[in-house]
Design a protein around this ligand. Structure first.
Ligand code: THU
Length: 130
């Protein structure tokens, strides 16, 4: 099976954003992460009345993948439910960095696909062991 294109990954993330539970921020985020062996896991943000317990879409997606035994990733798409772009927050960058230098895909203000290397968005990320 061939890998989904960047456009397809964005589409999957967009679908996931529709499941966001974000009654407080009203920001519905979706993410879709592609594993090294071509599997896709999606996630949405899930908020809580106790605000600090909320979790971002990217972390839901990657934690789903890891909990299913996948730890090698190629790229992750992140998108808002209105089909506009969003950059991963610092916490998500650190979580993603744990598993390598993944490519991050989102949209620019004109709706065009933009890609970043995680190591450019989070240089010198923290690691417990070098
Ligand atoms: N959010 C994400 O899902 N991903 C990010 O990278 C940034 C923020 C969510 C968390 C919260 O539910 C809402 O957006 C507002 O911060």
């Amino acid at each position: 099976m061939t890998d989904p294109s960047d456009e397809e990954l964005i589409e999957i993330a967009l679908g996931a954003s529709k499941n966001a539970y974000a009654p407080y921020s009203k920001l519905n985020v979706g993410a879709a992460i592609l594993t090294e062996d071509g599997k896709v896991f999606s996630g949405c943000n899930i908020e809580n009345s106790s605000y600090g317990l909320s979790i971002c879409a990217e972390r839901v997606a990657i934690f789903k993948a890891i909990s299913e035994g996948y730890k090698k990733f190629k790229k992750i798409a992140v998108i808002l439910s209105d089909n506009s772009g969003i950059m991963p927050c610092g916490a998500c960058r650190q979580v993603l960095a744990e598993y390598g230098d993944i490519e991050i895909i989102t949209l620019d203000q004109k709706g065009g696909i933009v890609k970043y290397k995680l190591s450019n968005l989070l240089p010198n990320s923290f690691r417990l062991y070098k």
